[in-house]
Ligand binder design. Structure first.
Ligand code: GTP
Ligand code: MG
Length: 198
């Protein structure tokens, strides 16, 4: 299925405790600037839906996007980690926000862990994958910015990403928000995953 997911912005929160219950949600997690908001926009085929920026730190809140006509089925865009320029106190705040969200959402059925296809996995990516696994959060690894990696290198890069993160190469999905690669597959997966809870 390659139809865009019809998503609309529902609300933002600085604390997961402010969010109402959902039926089923998928979170987008990854380094700042890895392309989380861009991937969300590509999946929805709506460029300005989530705010993106060349400078890391574009997303500062938990931003909830809901499937149109299906209340409680959410894709959640999260602030990125590893934003070196953020002051220490702010970084700690983000960490608490992320941890709170990832641990306190009983209807969180999957996290898409986005890894920069050109540069990842970074030590923080590896740490995040371990942390999510430790907390028994179901993980799907998505390699971003495929268009920046020569096609002849993609297979080797996928193997490196998988090895670094301790998953099978087949568990890594190549995507490009810019060129559309992997977006139909991701749409189909998300559509199915968002309906895992009745
Ligand atoms: P934070 O909100 O800071 O956590 O970042 P983010 O992960 O949401 O990244 P965002 O989507 O804002 O994208 C960061 C930069 O990467 C922007 O300049 C995007 O245009 C660029 N980018 C995102 N996806 C792609 C892609 O598939 N290919 C290329 N070439 N650039 C991309
Ligand atoms: Mg963002």
């Amino acid at each position: 299925m390659s139809k865009p997911l019809t998503l609309s912005f529902l609300r933002s929160a600085s604390d997961a405790g402010q969010l109402p219950e959902s039926r089923c949600e998928v979170g987008l997690v990854g380094r700042s600037n890895v392309g989380k908001s861009s991937l969300l926009n590509a999946v929805a085929n709506r460029k300005g839906l989530a705010r993106t920026s060349k400078a890391p730190g574009a997303t500062r809140l938990i931003n909830v996007f809901e499937l149109d006509g299906e209340p409680g089925r959410w894709v959640v865009d999260l602030p990125g980690y590893g934003f070196a320029k953020a002051p220490k106190a702010q970084r700690a705040g983000w960490q608490a926000m992320m941890d709170g969200y990832l641990i306190d959402r009983p209807t969180l059925v999957q996290v898409l862990l986005l890894i920069d296809g050109l540069v990842g996995p970074t030590p923080l990516d590896v740490q995040t994958a371990e942390w999510l696994t430790h907390h028994e959060v179901a993980l799907r690894v998505v390699a971003t910015k495929a268009d920046k990696v020569k096609s002849s290198r993609r297979s080797a890069r996928r193997n490196e990403l998988a090895r670094g993160l301790g998953v099978a190469p087949g568990d890594v999905l190549w995507t490009s928000a810019a060129k559309g690669q992997g977006i139909p597959e991701l749409r189909a997966e998300l559509a199915a995953t968002l309906r895992l809870n009745p």
